[in-house]
Design a protein around this ligand. Structure first.
Ligand code: SF4
Ligand code: SF4
Length: 330
């Protein structure tokens, strides 16, 4: 019997999601034995034309990581959608926009200006920036369009399932592969990870006080971190209360607070707003009656880069989506 065909593809991302497939270790052999990989740019030399030659729906599942930032990525994910029975948004960037989605705080012009003209290590006296078409003696060179706005995968094509995480952990990947191979999948649209908050599974949860009150926000490098105690109780911002569990509490076990890469639990529309509200609700001044505006400002100034803290992985999927662009009215 023919094996189910599987494709992996990589859009705007760091490549960590592709690496994590290799982290399956010996399980990778079992996967490679059970399926027929038809596209995996990081590891195998298949081309776009190989995918085009397949019939529509012939690929059983396409695992697509990365946000959608360029015209080439949009074309490829539309092609993979057409050719695949199932599409899985693989990792934070495809799921929520991820770190590349933070670029939505700028426009294409400001990004090009910074990267190609202002960065101190750039030598570019003619101020050249990437062009979609460049004519040279030998003909015309083309580059994909670089969009103004980074989008999540489901803002570009219909997505069947989501594997969260930066990157998704190997056990969740194997669970998803086994579910797909056995046909025992949950309802379409499901996030393939437990639907409870990270605080519920956190090894430090017992030290999280019933009523928390942070008097001063601290960053990890500013204190000697207690290895057992809840980060919030130590004054550090931890997004565990507003983040889905399933990662194995990787950061917490590495003695770092959660930054929210698994996204929210079901039903939460805006992870950034939920995180912000969870943290603000536990900020407290020593004497609130007597507190001056200066005291409040000093406390809030402890949140360095609030947008990058609360929307680190989720800006494109949030209600905000992106910063408003002058003259365009988005
Ligand atoms: S806030 Fe962070 S450290 Fe505290 S219990 Fe939740 S996940 Fe654990
Ligand atoms: S602890 Fe938070 S940021 Fe770290 S891997 Fe888990 S969900 Fe992601």
């Amino acid at each position: 019997m023919a094996k189910p065909k599987v494709a992996f593809y990589w859009c705007a991302s760091c490549g960590g999601c592709e690496e994590t497939v290799v982290d399956l270790n010996e399980d990778l052999l079992a996967v490679a034995d059970a399926v027929d990989i038809v596209l995996w740019p990081v590891a195998l030399d298949f081309k776009r034309k190989d995918v085009e030659a397949l019939s529509d729906g012939e690929i059983a599942v396409s695992f697509i990581n990365g946000a959608v930032r360029t015209g080439e990525q949009e074309d490829m994910v539309k092609l993979l959608r057409r050719k695949a029975g199932l599409v899985v948004a693989f990792g934070s960037c495809a799921h929520l926009g991820g770190i590349p989605g933070l670029a939505n705080f700028w426009t294409r012009e400001t990004i090009f200006q910074r990267l190609y003209k202002e960065v101190p290590t750039v030598e570019n006296p003619e101020g050249t920036t990437p062009q979609e078409k460049t004519t040279i003696d030998q003909g015309e060179l083309t580059l994909p369009e670089f969009y103004d706005t980074v989008k999540t995968l489901n803002q570009t094509i219909p997505v069947d399932y989501y594997l969260p995480g930066c990157p998704p952990p190997p056990d969740l990947i194997m669970n998803a592969v086994n579910a797909i191979l056995s046909g025992q999948l949950p309802e379409r649209g499901a996030v393939l990870a437990p639907n409870k908050a990270l605080c519920d599974t956190c090894p430090r949860a017992e030290t999280k006080p019933e009523k928390l009150s942070i008097k001063e926000i601290k960053r990890p490098w500013q204190i000697e971190i207690d290895l057992e105690k809840c980060f919030l109780d130590q004054g550090m911002i931890c997004l565990g209360p507003a983040t889905r569990s399933g990662c194995g509490e990787r950061c917490i076990r590495g003695n770092m607070p959660c930054r929210g890469c698994f996204g929210p639990v079901d039903g939460v529309i805006d992870q950034g707003a939920t995180s912000l509200s969870a943290i603000v609700s536990i900020l407290g001044l020593e004497d609130e009656e007597q507190a001056s505006e200066e005291d409040v400002k000093r406390l809030l100034d402890g949140v360095v880069d609030p947008a990058g803290t609360f929307y680190r992985f989720s800006l494109p999927s949030s209600i905000l989506g992106r910063r408003r662009m002058e003259g365009i009215g988005e």
